[in-house]
Ligand binder design. Structure first.
Ligand code: ADP
Ligand code: MG
Length: 151
């Protein structure tokens, strides 16, 4: 599987990188985020949300699991960390097949519910400020997104 790598040195750079996805995503897209606590998953999400025109402050939805925002299109932010020991379907498809873009932090905890085609992103903390963003697209649309980001 082809992977695409990107490095950032600041929180702002990670946001800017995520913001660029705005031009490439479309309703029904799913982006999964993996990485340790403090890697930058929520930071990435804030950048993409800003790119999509969300004005409200995007915070980690750890206690609510799903937060819905309105930008140019709906933006769904999930943090499924609390579902680690659960196999409950809380209606994921409504979001994944809906009319918005969905970002899922700790997506591996709901592996069984994820669509096959998606953009899987892992953020690795290299040192205090350096992050490696590794993107693995599944499906033509997500391949296209990755290629465009590198043009
Ligand atoms: P997660 O959601 O993965 O737990 P957060 O996005 O909430 O992580 O936190 C990332 C933390 O790392 C923030 O405190 C942010 O300021 C810091 N940070 C330092 N350098 C970077 C970088 N290059 N990209 C993203 N965040 C960074
Ligand atoms: Mg987070």
């Amino acid at each position: 599987m082809k992977q695409y790598f990107f490095q950032t040195q600041t929180e702002e750079e990670t946001k800017k990188f995520a913001e660029k996805l705005e031009l490439l995503v479309r309703p029904g897209d799913v982006i999964t985020l993996e990485g340790d606590l403090g890697a930058g998953k929520t930071t990435f999400t804030k950048g993409l949300g800003a790119g999509l025109g969300v004005r409200r402050t995007i915070n980690s939805p750890t206690f609510t699991i799903i937060k819905e925002y309105m930008g140019e299109i709906p933006f769904y932010h999930m943090d499924v960390y609390r579902l680690e020991e659960s196999d409950e379907d809380i209606g994921f498809d409504e979001y994944f097949q809906g009319d918005g873009v969905t970002v899922v932090e700790w997506a591996s905890f709901i592996e069984d519910f994820l669509p096959n085609e998606r953009l899987a992103i892992e953020i690795r903390r290299k040192d205090e400020y350096t992050r490696e963003i590794a993107m693995t697209p599944t499906g033509e649309h997500y391949e296209f997104i990755c290629k465009e980001l590198y043009r």
